[in-house]
Ligand binder design. Sequence first.
Ligand SMILES: [Cu+2]
Length: 457
Amino acid sequence: MSDENDRSIAVPEPPATSMSRRALIIAGAAGGTILGARTAGAAEVRGMAPGRPGKDYTPVVVPNGAKLPWKVVDGVKVFHMVAQEVDHEIAPGLKVRCWGYNGRVHGPVIEAVEGDRVRIYVTNRLVAPTTVHWHGMLLPNGMDGVGGLTQKSIQPGETFKYEFVLHQSGTVMYHSHHDEMTQIALGLTGMFVIHPRRPRRRVDRDFVVMLHEWRIDPGAKRPNPNEMIEFNTLTMNAKAFPGTAPLVVRTGQRVRVRIGNLSPMDHHPIHLHGYQFKITETDAGEIPESAQWPETTVLVPVGSTRTIEFVADEPGDWAMHCHMTHHVMNQMGHGVPNLIGVEPGDLDKRVRKVVPGYMTMGQAGMADMGDMGMPVPRNSIPMLGGKGKHDYITMGGMFTILKVRDRLRSFEDPGWYENPAGTLAGEALVEDLRRDGVDPERPPAAEDDPTAKHKPA
Ligand SMILES: [Cu+2]
């Protein structure tokens, strides 16, 4: 996948004044100009020598995902995408028929290097026309992939060619820009990572996670693209927990997570437990260090990417999930009647006479629904979660786990974290309660804040 023929391209110096927009962007992002102004020289037109994995960049990790292979032809990185129908398992028990690329949903990650010239063939094996829009990419207008506006749509059976030089680094995306409502909802999206030619910061583990939301009625196989509000299947790299693979890192490693969102309708606040991180990049490139906010939750708006970085200095199994509570539910947590606090009395017995096996559920919330293994419609995933180390994990959907370990043989799932003695929450001992004067029967009443000006009436 490397090319030894084409490494002699001169890197032009930019003009001292009047830099082009792209030259400025590249200068700002990489801490030094790599390509000159758009018209300044051969590298602008032809690209630079193709960046090589392991040498020019450390490849990203795509949990549950795939990457698009490439080859170099005459100094150009050549890719071939195929838009097609794809059968996909969202989580054990839920198989769906989506639209994706090269047999995957979402499409495989495209990985390249700033300055590369890329040529991307797109074959349409769908029943409908399509296009590919390179979302966030700085490119000539005619390569932008907007059906009707910047190109003819790709008809079923046709193969189109896109070609451009990567003038930026960072995390962008790609998606269909023909009948977007249908085609994005069915999964025609993917991530596009462009490594900087001269990285200023290196990380040890560099993850890519694409967020999505779907309407898949229990028992149905086809996501419903007409849905605009009630999405019931929320995914990371097209998997819902417990189908999501963990992000595995060794203690002390520098970690980057590139998160993209091409959900039809919702922004997702992704919360990472146990850590503070910095938001280091948007899809428009690197954020200057002085402007990076420390956060524990990163809001990833629709049509955006956000990149976070941190040092994994605390071992454990740390939850990473959307904080919208309905986005950590699976299919059947929606539209159920509110029965919190209801006492069914002998209702169950009476209903069972006409509906054998009937049981009123939900009086204490939703948590029991997944764990009890109640019968669910064929091809559906129940409300919540999966088995955890200590108990049932009452989360589903857009939920995964960052697994940080002192010792790792590989980056395979290392299993559950063994909590060191004295670091695991558990039931209080009688001697603890006695020592600290805590009586569960006589808890203290909350006190009004004496410094508050306005006392409650
Ligand atoms: Cu969300």
